[in-house]
Design a protein around this ligand. Structure first.
Ligand code: NAD
Length: 360
């Protein structure tokens, strides 16, 4: 039987995206070889760099390429150079456009703390040691997209409206994703809502409970969002997978990420029925761009997620995580994760170390 050939569209984007993505591509090539798949890559422009070249942050060629790919690997978009542009052509519109056009409705954000970095968290070591939480956020519905919306009237009569809306099928598809993720992790799913006040989320709770019938091996609990926000900082280890709507997920996924204290370490996956995009959770870090200071680990771990969720090779993700752990054990630190006085290495050198750990 011949090797399976997969296509990955690579979008470095702006700022440190140009530095971290090449390191992740090196890791991708090693993992492909090791697991017997052939990956062809195609690089395209997105964000501010795309705007500079073609007047739009999401050129048609980029979007079309993504639509023919098995997966998209993205760095980051944005930067001060493009901050004054009209909202419609800002770099961030490129990212939002991709999410919308590729119908990426499920955002998976793991917040896992490597024990070597326990000191980077602002919480006590005993609270965060060993945390491994996955937040599954619905990405294409909710109050961010519901209508009517807008501000009407003038002066004292001004009135602002946004509409929280979810249909049962929208809830069902994100619930299924979350149960499937929980099934291959700790088999515990906590659904977060505000069903005591908001009818939309009462529907959310009912549909999640109905979908649970198909996943009896997963333990389901429900939690109100205010309590969930508190429990995440009180005792985050109680959580395995959390699933929630777009607005609650926006806030809770940032809160969960920050438990680890190191933004340069956190990957993410955005999944739809047909397409998938993998990217670090951080932005383009213009303050350190072009200086070989960026931490490439979040993007490298995003490649690990690609192997698990797009190529179905969970072992590859574990191997990437193990290589990261090995180099941390060896004391390799980029500036963002170094303790005071610790020696640091650059982006490329961190890539070299991880490649070496994987090649042994
Ligand atoms: P940011 O995540 O880019 O940076 C926040 C801080 O974390 C900075 O001090 C930065 O140096 C540091 N940092 C981030 N990633 C790092 C890494 N890999 N290694 C070392 N240090 C790292 O957030 P910001 O400064 O608020 O935004 C900068 C730009 O990025 C803005 O234009 C914003 O719109 C954009 N942005 C893009 C995305 C995305 O593409 N997904 C996400 C967030 C922000």
């Amino acid at each position: 039987m011949g090797q399976a050939t997969r296509k990955v569209v690579v979008l470095p984007g702006d700022g440190i995206g140009q530095e971290i993505v090449p390191q992740a591509v090196r890791v991708m090539a090693i993992m492909a070889k090791r697991h017997g798949i052939t990956i062809t890559t195609e690089e395209h422009l997105v964000g501010g760099t795309a705007y500079d070249k073609s007047g739009t942050p999401l050129p048609t060629g980029t979007l079309e390429a993504c639509k023919t790919a098995d997966a998209v690997l993205l760095g980051a978009v944005g930067g001060p150079k493009w901050e004054k542009l009209d909202y419609s052509v800002r770099p961030e519109r490129g990212l939002l456009g991709l999410r919308k056009e590729l119908e990426l409705f499920a955002n998976l954000r793991p917040a896992r703390l490597f024990p070597q970095l326990v000191g980077a968290s602002s919480l006590k070591p005993e609270v965060v040691e060993g945390i491994d939480v996955m937040v599954v956020r619905e990405l294409t519905g909710d109050i961010y997209f519901g209508t009517p919306r807008g501000v009407t009237g003038a002066g004292d009569q001004r009135r602002g409206v946004n509409t929280m809306v979810y249909t049962a099928p929208e809830i069902e598809r994100i619930a299924r994703k979350a149960f499937e993720v929980a099934r291959v992790r700790g088999k515990k799913l906590c659904s977060v809502d505000k069903a005591n006040v908001l009818e939309t989320t009462e529907l959310w709770r009912n549909v999640v409970t109905e979908v649970h019938r198909d996943y009896p091996d997963v333990q389901l609990s429900h939690m109100y969002v205010d309590n969930a926000a508190m429990q995440l900082v009180r005792w985050p280890k109680q959580f395995d997978v959390m699933v929630t709507g777009n607005i609650f997920g926006d806030i809770l996924s940032d809160e969960a990420s920050m438990l680890t204290g190191s933004i340069g370490m956190l990957p993410s996956a955005s999944l739809g029925e047909r397409y998938a995009m993998y990217e670090p959770i951080h932005g383009s870090a213009p303050d350190i761009a072009g200086k070989d200071l960026a931490n490439p680990i979040a993007t490298i771990l995003s490649v690990g997620m690609m192997f698990r969720y797009t190529f179905g090779i969970a072992q590859a993700e574990a191997e990437v995580e193990a290589a990261v752990s090995t180099v941390l054990d060896q004391g390799a630190r980029t500036a963002d994760i170094a303790a005071k006085g610790e020696p640091t290495i650059g982006c490329k050198a961190m890539g070299d170390r991880i490649v070496a750990a994987l090649s042994r």
